[in-house]
Design a protein. Structure first.
Length: 138
């Protein structure tokens, strides 16, 4: 199930090249074309879903199994000091390519990547209200 206009679907179909790292029935991993750090890798489902929540639940174990395998490869191959794994969903979160992808970003001390992490304290009442909203929706 591919979107003919989607750049990552074109990579899945082999219509545009990629630095392929890993492939199985459900998932594909390739180097990010504009890496934040060396070894920055993307793992995608072969089927087109825009975001994690839109993906079919049955395909998630295979996707995250590929993320696990590829993460171990990135560690073995690149010997980073650590790594971040993340996905961006929606423009507000910085998503540019509208095909679900999981970033595996190897980290070294002194690299240029920065999370801005403006933490706050919420009241107990607010935390309970939020907990109820989310847990009742699952
Ligand atoms: P985002 O949608 O912000 O999570 O990030 C999209 C990522 O895809 C960026 O890091 C891009 O550098 C990367 N990207 C875009 N086009 C390609 C491509 N053809 N091959 C590999 N990576 C790509
Ligand atoms: Zn796609």
């Amino acid at each position: 199930m591919q979107d003919p206009d989607c750049i990552f679907c074109k990579i899945v179909k082999g219509e545009i090249p990629s630095y392929k790292i890993y492939e199985d029935e459900h998932a594909l991993a390739f180097l990010d074309i504009n890496p934040i750090n060396e070894g920055h890798t993307l793992v995608i489902p072969k089927n087109h879903y825009e975001t994690l929540d839109e993906a079919v639940a049955d395909e998630i174990p295979a996707l995250f199994s590929a993320v696990h395998k590829v993460t171990k490869g990135v560690i073995e191959g690149m010997n980073p000091e650590g790594y971040n794994i993340f996905t961006s969903a929606g423009e507000v979160a910085g998503q540019v390519v509208k095909h679900l992808h999981i970033h595996i970003l190897p980290r070294w001390s002194g690299d240029k990547f920065r999370f801005i992490w403006p933490q706050q304290k919420l009241s107990e009442e607010k935390m309970t209200e939020i907990k109820e909203k989310i847990s009742s929706a699952i």
